[in-house]
Each structure stands twice: as C-alpha cells, then as structure tokens.
Design a protein around this ligand. Structure first.
Ligand SMILES: Nc1ncnc2c1ncn2[C@@H]1O[C@H](COP(=O)(O)OP(=O)(O)OP(=O)(O)O)[C@@H](O)[C@H]1O
Length: 436
C-alpha cells in the first residue's frame, strides 16, 4: 500500500436485484483512492451509485467485485477509524443531544466519564455548548445536523464520510456548517486525515475539495477527476472558482450516451433502445426554455448562471436540460445550453403550436413515446393497458423507477396530444382527434 493512501477501491463492482430478480449493475470497475490530507467530493447524476460507493467504504454493505481497503486492510464491516454523517441526520429522537453524541463512543467501549468529557468537548467545538440536554426535536435542522457531525467526530475518526450532509438544510445554514467544518479541518483541530463528501452541489464541491471525482451512470464508474489547488477559504465569486464551477458543469453535462436513440425498436437490434426519461416536468422544461430564450441569455446560457437565475438545484436543472436536449430543443455542451432553431421557434410559439411541436419531437426522439404510439396505432379499439410497458421498463429499471418513467411518458404524451391516459382503467389510448 502506498504510504499516503487511506482508502482504496480497486475494480469495485456492485449489483442490486431488479423487480424481476435479475441483477442490475450499479457500480462497475470503480478505481478510487482517498489520500491523507485531502477532501474529495464525489459528484454524479442521481442514481449513479454515489451513496452505494460511500456505504461500501463505510463497511455498511459489501462490494461483490474488486477490493475495498482501509489502510491496506480489506473492509469487512464498519471500521473503527471511519465515521459517516448522513443526510437524514439519523439521530435517535428519544435520546438527548449529549446521549446521541456519546453513542459512537459507547460502541467503542469508552468508559462513561470519558464519554461525557469528550462529548462535552465536541459539542463545544461544533457550536452546541449548552445544548447537551436538549432533545433533537427541540433543535433546528442545522443544529440537528451539527449533532450528527459531532457524533461522527467525537470518535476522532481517521476518515469522515459525508453523504449529502448539507442538502437537507437551507442554503445559508448548509454553507455555515460547511465552513465550520472546513475551519476545523484547515486549522487542524480535528485529527481526521481524509474526508469524502457525496454531493449534488457543484459549487459546494468546488469550495470544499482538494479533488473532485465524477461518476458516470449505468454503470457508475470514475469518469473524471479534477484536482483543485486553491487555498481555503475560497471566494465563491473569484474568477478561479467560477472557472472551475464551469469546468465541472461542462463535465457533468457531457453525454455519455448518444442523445437520440432509434425511435422504434428494430427487430433483432443488437442494442435495445434507451427508454429512460429525465425526471422533470413540462412546466419546468418550458420555463427553462423561456428563460434561455429571453435576455440576457438570448438563446445561450452558462449553466451555473442559469442555475442561479432559475433557483433550481443542479439535480433539477440537469434533467430539465437533458429533456430539452433529448427533444432537440437545445444542445448542452461544455457547461452551456444553447437553443436549437426549433427551440427558438418553440419559445415564440403559442400554446397550441407548442403542444404540436412537443408531440412531434416526442415521436421523433423519445423511443418510449414512439413505442406507445406505435402500439396504439395497431391496437384494436385504439387502447392498450399500461402493464406491458411497465414490464418492458422493469427489464432495465427498478420497479419504482419503471413506474415513474411511465408516469413521465404519460405526462409528456398527453401534453403533446400523442396519446391519452385513463387514470381509472390505467389504459393508454389515442387522443380523440389524433393529428399525428
Ligand atoms: N438496497 C438496494 N436495493 C436495490 N437497489 C438499490 C439499493 N440501494 C440502491 N439501489 C439502487 O442503486 C442505484 C444507485 O443508488 P445510489 O443511492 O447509490 O445512487 P446515488 O448516486 O447516491 O443517487 P442520489 O444522488 O439520487 O442519492 C439506484 O437506482 C438505487 O435505487
């Protein structure tokens, strides 16, 4: 083992079973190491396997391929030197703040008097002095997460793993807490040697990290790594930080698969069409399109700027941009979104024309919608049950995602007047006067 490596993953793979019992590969061939003295942020689209990777490193679940090691030893369960902070805070509601913080020490067999002393010290350090006797419900969200962090830090962990620890908090509270942790880390007041942060927030990752690792999806594997050599604290408005944020946006929105798949599944085709749809809705798609079309963007926007303007978090903005690209209303590349000529036309169109354009693009570029429409055209009576489509989707997605994907396809199809859906009978049908 190289001297400076705290945790190492080599060729790590993990599959979960889909609804039909067949395995779905979530992580495949992941190579990654966390080195001494660094904060690393792990970014990737929703569902790319970030939390799964973190849980493997925390020893909460086992990889089914490759090797995961902490200080050279295979991870086979939660390791003493590794602590984790969860997005949900994961506090015991019936225990006081002090008791919640002492829990980690209790598990390590630390005697009561020492537990109390160390918990007191940690509460003081994390800004919760005087709150030891409070119950979690008496605290604000930010303070509750401080308890979660104190509980992890009180064990003097060598490695701290944070799973979207700030995302359940409002922006300002999350930022304050993040800065407090960076301050503890940079001033050497905590003995922790390495921090790995799973995040959805690109700015947060750039402000915190020495290195950013981006996971690809389906399956998740390390796609990009960016080293950040700026001193902390960093100025969010500085040119260097803005440039890095742009670069990460660019890498995150780089498509790893072709934008448009064949509209109808060719018999015996080697690769089945991609039926997945981005998790977004029509009103979001249209409002982002309108915003990009209008001044000051006038057809082309820098994604970080657009995120600020729309106030959409990245995990909502990305799928929306992906939908616009999928429908050929925009092109997303290198951290910018640019409307196509059709996208420009769409922005100017009235409601009826928009719906027509939407339906037309749906049939051209969204294989699932095209398939539903094609089957309806052939069906007796022009209606079909939803089940076969759910089954089709379950062959590649988990049950919940399959259901959600069909819901999105239904919403899009109804808007584009390509098909209708009866919520009582759960059947799809052609619209009364289909112009398509
Ligand atoms: N125990 C499990 N059983 C079955 N599937 C699972 C299990 N845990 C995770 N998954 C699936 O694995 C995929 C990756 O999940 P994971 O939570 O690791 O992704 P993520 O990148 O952290 O996503 P997000 O950013 O949305 O939190 C998802 O499709 C998820 O539903």
């Amino acid at each position: 083992m190289a001297e400076n490596i705290l945790m190492e993953l080599a060729g790590v793979g993990k599959s979960f079973n889909k609804a039909d019992g067949a395995p779905r590969v979530i992580l495949d061939g992941v190579d990654f190491s966390l080195r001494k003295g660094e904060i690393v942020s792990l970014l990737g689209k929703s569902g790319s396997g970030k939390s799964t990777l973190l849980r493997i490193m925390a020893g909460l679940i086992a990889a089914d391929k490759g090797r995961a090691a902490y200080r050279g030893a295979q991870i086979s369960g939660p390791a003493g030197g590794v602590a984790m902070v969860f997005q949900s805070f994961a506090l015991f509601p019936w225990l006081t703040v002090q008791q919640n913080v002492e829990l980690g020490l209790e598990a390590q067999g630390v005697p009561p008097a020492e537990r109390e002393r160390r918990a007191d010290e940690m509460l003081e350090l994390i800004g919760l002095a005087g709150f030891g006797g409070a119950l979690p419900r008496e605290l604000s969200g930010g303070m509750r997460q401080r308890v979660g962090i104190a509980r992890a830090l009180v064990t003097n962990p060598d490695v701290l793993l944070m799973d979207e620890a700030f995302s359940a908090l409002d922006v300002l509270t999350g930022e304050t807490l993040r800065n407090d942790i960076l301050d503890l880390w940079d001033s050497g007041r905590i003995p922790t040697r390495g921090i790995l942060v799973v995040s959805h927030n690109i700015e947060e990752a750039v402000m915190m990290s020495d290195r950013i690792v981006i996971l690809s999806s389906d399956p998740g594997r390390v796609r990009h790594e960016i080293a950040i050599n700026l001193p902390r604290p960093r100025n969010a408005d500085s040119q260097e930080v803005r440039d890095l944020i742009d670069e990460v946006y660019g890498l995150m929105t780089m498509r790893s698969a072709p934008a448009a798949m064949p509209a109808a599944p060719a018999a015996g085709a080697a690769t089945p069409p991609d039926y997945r749809l981005p998790e977004t809705d029509i009103s979001r798609i249209e409002s982002v399109l309108e915003l990009v079309a209008a001044a000051p963007f006038s057809g082309r926007a820098d994604l970080p700027q657009l995120a600020e303007e729309t106030e959409l978090p990245d995990e909502e903005l990305f799928p929306t941009c992906e939908a616009l690209a999928m429908l050929d209303l925009a092109v997303v590349e290198k951290g910018d979104i640019t409307l196509t000529a059709l996208g420009q036309r769409y922005a100017q169109a009235d409601q009826q024309q928009r719906q027509e354009l939407f339906g037309q693009q749906l049939l051209k570029h969204v294989p699932l919608a095209a398939r539903i429409h094609a089957q309806l055209a052939q069906a007796d009576g022009g209606s079909v049950a939803e089940e076969p489509f759910i089954e089709l989707l379950e062959a590649m997605l988990e049950a919940e995602q399959a259901k959600r994907t069909l819901e999105i396809a239904v919403e899009w199809g109804r808007y584009g007047e390509v098909y209708e859906y009866d919520f009582h009978t759960r059947r799809l049908m052609l619209p009364e006067r289909s112009s398509l």
